[in-house]
Structure formats: C-alpha cells, structure tokens
Design a protein around this ligand. Structure first.
Ligand code: SF4
Length: 328
C-alpha cells in the first residue's frame, strides 16, 4: 500500500541517505493519492485548485513509500521516534484507505502512540480509529476566526466543510478519545490579529484541546504563494501568550491589546515572563507530545519560528530581545 512520509521521517527510518540537522521525534505520514485533495485550503499544495506539487506539504518534501517497508523499519530500527502522525487528505475512498493503513499498523509490533490529523469523519469512524489503536486525533481549524476559515478554506473556497462542521467533529472526537487527546492547529499569518489568535488559544484551552502553532509558509503554486511569512516579533508574542495560557499563569481576559489588536500586556507579573523566557519552552514546537516538526516553517539557517529542540544560550538571548519592553 502506498503512503507518503516526510523526508525527515524517511531519513530517521534509514530510507533516505540525507543529512538531517534535527531528527523528527514524530514520524509524519500522509495518505497517498494520485490526485489533489478535495479540500481547497489557500495555503496548501495539496489543495484542489493548487498548481503546487502533491509531494509537498508546507515547505517539506513527502516522497511515496510502501507501507509494509515503513512498518518493517519501525519494527527493526531504533529511530528515536516517539509518535506517529498520519496526515489525511480527502479523495474518493480516503477514509477506507486510512482504515486499511490503521489495520496494517495494528497488526504490527509497533507500540508508538498514533495520532491521526483528520478531516471531519463520523463518530462511528472515530470509534473505529480508536479500536485500531489511534490514541489522539488532530482536527485542524488552522484559522483564528470563522470568517477567516470561510475565506481561506471554507465556503468561499467551494468547500463543504465549515467551522461548525469541525466543531461538531471535535465534540465527537472528545467523546471518543477524551478531551485531553484532541489537538488542533492554528496558522499565524493568514490575516488574523494577535488578539484574535490569543482568543482562539483561550477558547481551545478552555475546552482542554491542545493547540499546535504554525507560522504561515508560502508554497509555490498555491493561492498564497506571494504572501509573506508573519513578523517574527508578533509570532514570538503569540507563542508566549500560548505558553502562559496553557500554563495557567495568564488568560485572554487578563491580557491587553492595542487598537490594532497587538499584545501590549501579557496580564502576568514580569517574573512569570522572565521565567518563561529563561526556560525557552514557549518557543519550542507546540502540539501533540513529541511533535517537533523540524524546519516545517523555515529553512535551516534562517531564524526559527518553532524550535524543534531545546534552545541553546544564543537562541535564548535572541528570543529575549523581543520582550525587553515587557520586562519592567
Ligand atoms: S500537532 Fe503534530 S502530531 Fe499532532 S496532529 Fe498536528 S502535526 Fe500531528
């Protein structure tokens, strides 16, 4: 059975002889299809109307492999991988393909926790996934508001999946997997304000849903190929806000925003900010446990949006620069 794997995952499994600067601690797999996805997200090379490459997701290459060979590698190689995440795309019989992949994995000796980053399916299908060994699901809203959702990946893109469809699927997923075992993604740089992004973070934190932060990354052949990446200072503020909210040391209602919706106060004592900065934790890749997504949003050598490993002292001091005005 054909399946895609990110090039870093393939390298960690010894299937690609390439130099990897940072190994993934999650194996990123994706359903394989000859065609583009039936969804039509403006930022995605898989999208129905995209002229982009289907062997790409964000800026990363995802070649095609045989699932049996991947399974054999998982079973025999000490890859350091601590989670497997299967990214779904929508095509005819895609859910059947997903269940077949899960069945093959469930028959293997692999015991690594399994996440499915899923388009909305029925509650019965979530239950089937759980029976086949899935521990967590991701349901990606990606956009900070329902209006942006419609514009970027919903009705205005000719897609029959709405914000409400995802909310319903998320409720079902929580009932099947438990609300601490459901994640979502938020992409920063699609036109939201920091205030809208932080409001999104608070809403999902209140539902006990894990939020993985992504920085918008322009991909050739997509409708957003000319859109610049988000300003780093703004992304850093949102990362810190996420960390303080998920740590319970601040909240959306405690924070203050400018008229343009920029964070001007984190609503917590500067000692809390100092401790967070010194730890570096707010700036590491966020999402499911062990999801580190190396260089998913930036190329090696460029300033990292999400750090896939602990920050070193130079990186810590670089990050701290963005918060001097908050440290009084
Ligand atoms: S946070 Fe990571 S592991 Fe979780 S669904 Fe998203 S990409 Fe997959």
């Amino acid at each position: 059975m054909k399946i895609r794997a990110s090039i870093g995952t393939a390298a960690a499994l010894g299937l690609e002889k390439i130099r990897v600067l940072v190994k993934p601690t999650t194996a990123y797999l994706m359903l394989y299809s000859e065609s583009h996805c039936q969804s039509n997200c403006m930022f995605c090379s898989q999208a129905r109307d995209s002229q982009g490459n289907t062997n790409q997701l964000s800026r990363v290459l995802w070649p095609v492999y045989d699932l049996s060979e991947l399974i054999e590698r998982f079973e025999t190689i000490d890859s350091g991988i601590k989670r497997i995440c299967i990214q779904t795309i929508r095509f005819e019989n895609s859910t059947t393909d997903l269940m077949n992949i899960l069945t093959m994995l469930s028959k293997s000796s692999i015991i690594i926790p399994l996440t499915v980053c899923s388009y909305p399916v029925t509650k019965t299908e979530f239950e089937e996934m759980k029976t086949l060994g899935v521990k967590r699901v991701g349901i990606s809203f990606d956009c900070a508001t329902p209006e942006l959702f419609d514009k970027i990946k919903g009705s205005k893109r000719g897609v029959d999946i709405s914000w409400q469809t995802l909310e319903k699927a998320m409720v079902d997923a929580m009932e099947v997997f438990g609300n601490r075992f459901v994640s979502t993604h938020l992409i920063i740089g699609l036109g939201e304000t920091e205030q809208q992004a932080v409001n999104f973070l608070q809403r999902f934190y209140d539902k006990k849903v894990t939020v993985g932060l992504f920085a918008f990354t322009p991909v050739r052949g997509t409708d957003l190929e000319k859109l610049p990446q988000p300003e780093m200072a703004s992304y850093r503020r949102i990362q810190l806000a996420r960390y303080l909210i998920f740590k319970g040391t601040s909240s959306f209602s405690n924070m203050s925003f400018s008229e343009e919706g920029t964070i001007i106060d984190f609503g917590t004592p500067s000692v809390e900010i100092k401790n967070a900065l010194v730890s570096g934790k707010p700036f590491k890749t966020s999402g499911c446990p062990h999801c580190n997504r190396p260089f998913y949003n930036e190329s090696p050598g460029k300033e990292l949006y999400n750090f896939p490993t602990d920050l070193n002292s130079q990186e810590l001091s670089e990050v701290e620069q963005y918060f001097t005005k908050f440290m009084n």
